[in-house]
Write a protein that binds this ligand. Structure first.
Ligand code: CP3
Length: 342
């Protein structure tokens, strides 16, 4: 058996329904992951090819999704740039956040070999995956990555030190963004070399600053990462959460698909995003707290939309929340597979 529905859709081939997968599907809500977590810490699972492979493939078996996403984290890039970070029960914590540095870019010590264990994980996943189900690789976009490097934790979602830094020290910020982008390029290309077939760039905090400033400071880096991925032939999905009307800049030479957040009505996104770029999304992650009847009712709206716009991949408008019922996540996948899309 082969599962090619996601790759077919990304390549513009006809499929009989939209493919479905979820951001943050590897871990979090899966009971089998919770069991593993009793025995192993996150970093232990991430650095062991057998465990990383088991968790990556778990959602294929337990949820029935059409793709796996690598079990890793966006914060491996700051570590490869020389920063010390640990995953605690309350989330990631950096030992020396750059907010305290006079010239933050000078504190970096790039070492791409720190990412090599991840390529071993990818090879293990490719060896064990069922039905050649495609593997999605990823990294964080420079703004989201910078948020954690400067602020040190995700505790304050406004990342005030980051915004201050961007306005106060633009020239150093540009150096920093370049360094993150260069490491991301190496990392993305190596992921693909070792077997990843689709690449998603996560910019969870794209909405932190005005669109104009985002375009001025971060767009050249987005272009660079996108170009590096697409030169390999792998499709590129871009998730700029909160970018609002800025999604109109995502032209076909930037991305194959753009992942739409839950704030933006999908019809409005379609009007903004240039033709030739497909949409992924954008189920509200909180819908999964509702009853199955309510969930089905909310999902119905995607059917007429899909009939007009078949370049659609179903996903959430942000990652799973940790406490949503696992049964409801399974229900969404079953619903997508059984609905009449034609
Ligand atoms: O999508 C997937 O399931 C693949 C793996 C993945 C993880 N993190 C695993 C993880 C992906 C794609 C990410 C991306 C990520 N990491 C983002 C961007 C997407 C988003 O959700 O906004 C961000 C901002 C991070 C940073 C990060 N890592 C935070 C804030 C935390 C703590 C809170 C949380 O999300 O659980 C992490 C830790 C982390 N990354 C865990 C997992 C499975 C939790 C570890 C655990 O189980 O204790």
């Amino acid at each position: 058996m082969q599962n090619t529905i996601l790759l077919d859709k990304l390549k513009g081939k006809p499929t009989n329904r939209p493919p479905v997968w979820f951001m943050r599907q590897a871990g979090r809500i899966l009971p089998n992951y919770q069991k593993l977590k009793e025995k192993y810490a996150f970093h232990e699972m991430m650095s062991d090819p057998d465990l990383a492979s088991e968790v990556t493939l778990m959602p294929i078996y337990d949820l029935g999704v059409d793709a796996a996403i690598l079990f890793s984290d966006i914060l491996v890039v700051p570590v490869a740039l020389g920063m010390k970070m640990s995953f605690t029960a309350k989330g990631p914590v950096f030992e020396s956040p750059l907010a305290g540095a006079a010239e933050p870019s000078k504190a970096l010590e790039p070492d791409p070999s720190k990412l090599e264990y991840i390529y071993q994980n990818i090879e293990a996943i490719i060896k064990h995956r069922p039905d050649n189900t495609p593997l999605i690789g990823f990294c964080g976009a420079p703004l989201t990555t910078l948020c954690y490097m400067v602020q040190g934790t995700g505790k304050n979602p406004n990342f005030p030190d980051v915004v201050k830094y961007l306005y106060r020290n633009k020239s150093d910020a540009r150096k920093m963004i370049d360094a993150i982008a260069d490491m991301s390029v190496t990392y993305a290309q190596n992921q693909i070399k070792h077997g990843v077939e689709v690449f998603q760039l996560f910019d969870t905090h794209a909405g932190l600053i005005p669109v104009d400033l985002y375009m001025e400071l971060f767009w050249p880096a987005i272009e660079k990462i996108s170009k590096a991925v697409r030169e390999t032939g792998a499709p590129f999905i871009y998730f700029p959460k909160g970018l609002g009307t800025g999604i109109k800049y995502v032209t076909p030479d930037i991305a194959d698909y753009v992942s739409i957040d839950w704030q933006m009505p999908i019809e409005h996104a379609r009007e903004l995003v240039p033709q030739g770029v497909g949409l992924q999304g954008n189920i509200d992650p909180r819908l999964l707290y509702a009853s199955k009847d309510e969930i089905a009712k909310a999902l119905e709206k995607f059917i007429p939309f899909y009939r007009q716009n078949p370049d659609l991949i179903l996903n959430l408008g942000h990652g799973f929340l940790p406490d949503v019922p696992y049964e409801n996540a399974r229900f969404v996948v079953e619903w997508v597979k059984q609905a009449w899309w034609k």
